[in-house]
Design a protein around this ligand. Structure first.
Ligand SMILES: [Ca+2]
Ligand SMILES: [Ca+2]
Ligand SMILES: [Ca+2]
Ligand SMILES: [Ca+2]
Length: 771
């Protein structure tokens, strides 16, 4: 039933113009003034609200707004306090990296402002449902982790993955004076490789010394039963190895009494002379601690983890005062476990990939996250959400979270999930979330990969590879409908790793995305010419040309003006000639909307101007035979569809062209002048405006007379523009009768319009509402 309803809905939508361009409104390491704890990214977006509206951006995806564990530096994914949006002094700062809660709310209000006929820009927050980060101030005793380690990560006879060795502090509180014999064991280690891969640091503080930097080496044999190394001094480090399977390393410390014994272990590897960091799932732990004939590891020893999280008192509307403890995070009890990263891109619910992995099977976790989603929607007014790392969550949990959100206009809020994986995994995720009762889109990672190949490649990239690229056109049974897919060319993650970058000819990728099905998501640095910097090596950079912005504006104009519905690849199915040139030239026809008949898009990745003969009309599509097509950006450039249905279309070297029906043609440059000229909006919203122009009645119905009163010099031109700046009515040489003009409201859709009145002296405008 659900899929039937969705199909019917999308059927109706194809009649509308495509008004669905999303912007990822951030990138990795956006600027911040960390010296003064001042984030200004929300302010930056606030200042761009009118430009987003003008360009035709309809939704922005913003970073996770909640306070992160790394305070002013945190890009949001180190989420710490869900209800601190930059208004509580925690983690060393009130503001987040992006600004204060007030700045966030002002920005959202500017995006939502529809006064004077401005379009609304929806705001989608990045949401982390998988994990939470914390630090030493959140330390607590964790009996579940102690048990898990002492079971060496075995559950019901099966080996699972250790809790990270370095995230546990082992403590005997208030240790009595005397000798302690501490035995260390290793587990989950590879004995087929050199012992140097099984190295670890032992740090012991038994005298309130803290930990210093001096170190020494273990001396075998130290396997217990009298073979003991004396630990050099409180706070020092011993470098040791589990030399072979079954090796035990024993150390003696002499406690002064009345102080804690604190043990910290870190997995290492030795490579030549270098003592390196190792995978912390190499398990090491103090398996026995003997004192006066008693093994204190059994009862007195505590495993301390940073899972005891509490916050400054919250006072705002709807803000929960939460505390968390180990029982909310994997592993929670004797039946729980931690998994690894899997062998492919399958769902991994219990993997401690980022911070503390929330036990998303716990109804308490589910309730807390659901309440948070409601609060973000009702109190902060987010329109939708981008869900981070959904690979770490069971689909049922995600679906319940989505379904619990308060609807907008009786509809579920927009959701897109980050499933970085293969087409089949992405498809199953979307379908399984739907089966569990929620509608989530997914990012088209496979398409990103193909488009990157096209932009960066030259002759080596075969344009036929576009024919079934991405999720929507997937020909292997793993496709998704365009209404379930968000397409993108780069995101904050790929944008910080140079091996994933698009490094040239971005316009080719965007020409594909913005003319094709799916909801296109533009990357902020591409719109604003921000240089990308590799996260591992800041000397590796790629400059994004500022000229790309004009391409993006043109392509959004094409999308909104001419396109909707399905697509057919003419360079695949339309008898292309010469067929060998399909290696270089890709041609597709996209259906239109209720006022325009669609377009043909041509992409050429060769280094010379090139074209193809194609059949303009796919089977069962409206016939373009004997029609004249024009270049959508140059009315003078035409091509005829012949009587047999063939048409010649071409695009410049490493470029794109869009062909539309001559009768549909709209001059992009005219519209650009209007849409990029804010004077229309400024005039009408300017309270000092001395104009006498008045319009009656307002609102007005189609077919009804409109009386415009003002002072006019000679004949007048009257135009109506819709809120995207598109002209819908144009009447020249209207003769005023004194101070009055009378026109008939044309048969246009309900909505807000700008009425422009021009005479030989001046141009004035008013917003009118058509009902
Ligand atoms: Ca600020
Ligand atoms: Ca050893
Ligand atoms: Ca030993
Ligand atoms: Ca998880």
């Amino acid at each position: 039933m659900l899929s039937m309803a969705m199909l019917m809905l999308s059927g109706n939508l194809t009649m509308q113009a495509q008004n669905d361009v999303m912007l990822q409104a951030f990138y990795w390491d956006v600027p911040v003034d960390a010296e003064t704890n001042n984030g200004f990214w929300w302010d930056n977006l606030y200042n761009k609200a009118s430009e987003f509206k003008e360009i035709g951006i309809t939704g922005i995806w913003i970073p996770s707004p909640a306070k992160g564990n790394w305070g002013i530096y945190d890009m949001g994914y180190g989420i710490f306090d869900h209800y601190d949006l930059g208004n509580y002094n925690q983690k060393g700062t009130v503001e987040t990296r992006f600004g204060s809660r007030q700045e966030l709310e002002s920005m959202i209000a500017a995006m939502h402002d529809t006064n004077n006929g401005q379009p609304k820009v929806e705001v989608y927050a990045d949401i982390i449902l998988n994990h939470m980060y914390s630090s030493e101030e959140d330390a607590e005793a964790n009996p579940a982790v102690k048990e898990y380690v002492f079971d060496e990560a075995f559950r019901n006879g099966q080996q699972y993955v250790p809790y990270p060795t370095n995230e546990i502090k082992w403590v005997i509180e208030d240790a009595a004076a005397g000798d302690y014999y501490i035995k260390f064991k290793g587990f989950y280690l590879d004995y087929s490789v050199s012992y140097q891969e099984r190295a670890y640091d032992i740090q012991i503080d038994y005298n309130n010394s803290g930990f210093g930097s001096s170190y020494s080496w273990e001396s075998e044999p130290n396997n217990g039963n009298g073979e003991t190394n004396t630990f050099p001094a409180s706070g020092e480090t011993v470098r040791a190895f589990i030399n072979s399977e079954g090796d035990i390393d024993e150390f003696k410390v002499t406690a002064p009494g009345g102080k804690d014994i604190i043990i910290q272990l870190t997995a290492r590897r030795q490579s030549g002379d270098e003592w390196q960091w190792a995978d912390q799932t190499h398990g090491f732990y103090p398996s026995e601690i003997w004192h006066n004939g008693q093994n204190l590891a059994v009862n007195e020893l505590k495993a301390i983890t940073n899972t005891g999280i509490s916050y400054i008192n919250h006072t705002g509307t709807g803000e929960a005062n939460l505390t968390w403890d180990y029982s909310y995070f994997h592993p929670v009890d004797e039946n729980d476990w931690l998994g690894n990263w899997g062998s492919g891109d399958e769902i991994i619910t219990n993997t401690k990939g980022f911070g503390n992995d929330l036990n998303t099977f716990d109804p308490r976790v589910q309730t807390r996250m659901n309440n948070w989603g409601e609060w973000l929607s009702d109190e902060i007014n987010f329109d939708g959400y981008r869900l981070d790392f959904v690979r770490g969550l069971q689909e049922e949990y995600v679906a319940n979270w989505i379904a619990n959100l308060p609807p907008i206009n009786n509809q579920q809020r927009f959701i897109v999930g980050e499933y970085w994986g293969s087409a089949s995994s992405i498809q199953s995720w979307v379908n399984n979330v739907a089966t569990n009762g929620a509608d989530a889109d997914a990012f088209d990672f496979p398409l990103k990969s193909t488009l990157t190949g096209m932009c960066n490649g030259d002759a080596g990239f075969d344009m036929n590879w576009l024919n079934h690229a991405g999720m929507i056109r997937n020909g292997d049974g793993n496709s998704l409908p365009g209404t379930s897919v968000v397409t993108f060319l780069e995101n904050h993650d790929t944008g910080k790793e140079h091996d994933k970058w698009v490094t040239k000819d971005w316009h080719l990728g965007y020409a594909y995305m913005l003319t094709h099905e799916g909801k296109p998501c533009i990357f902020y640095p591409h719109l604003y010419g921000v240089t990308l910097v590799d996260n591992h090596d800041a000397s590796v950079q790629i400059e994004v040309p500022a000229s790309l912005k004009e391409d993006l504006k043109k392509l959004i104009f094409i999308r909104k003006t001419y396109l909707n519905g399905s697509l057919s690849v003419l360079s695949e199915s339309g008898n292309p000639y010469p067929s060998s040139d399909t290696h270089d030239v890709y041609v597709a026809r996209r259906e239109g909307n209720n006022s325009k008949g669609g377009a043909i898009v041509v992409l050429n990745n060769s280094h010379s101007d090139k074209g193809l003969w194609v059949d303009a009309t796919p089977q069962d599509w409206s016939s373009w035979t004997n029609k004249t097509l024009v270049n959508a950006f140059d009315e003078e450039q035409t091509t005829e569809v012949f009587g047999d249905g063939r048409v010649w279309v071409e695009a410049p070297a490493r470029g794109y062209a869009i062909y539309v029906l001559q009768e549909d043609y709209e001059n992009y440059n005219d519209l650009k002048t209007i849409t990029s000229d804010n004077s229309l909006i400024n005039q009408t919203s300017d309270s000092d405006n001395k104009s006498e122009l008045s319009v009656f009645p307002n609102p007005v119905k189609a077919g009804q007379s409109i009386q415009v009163t003002g002072t006019f010099e000679g004949a007048v031109q009257i135009q109506l523009f819709d809120k995207h700046g598109r002209m819908v009515f144009n009447q020249k040489e209207v003769q005023p009768a004194g101070n009055d003009l009378c026109i008939t409201c044309p048969g246009i859709n309900r909505g807000d319009y700008i009425l422009s009145v021009k005479d030989s002296e001046k141009s004035e405008s008013r917003f009118i509402s058509v009902q």
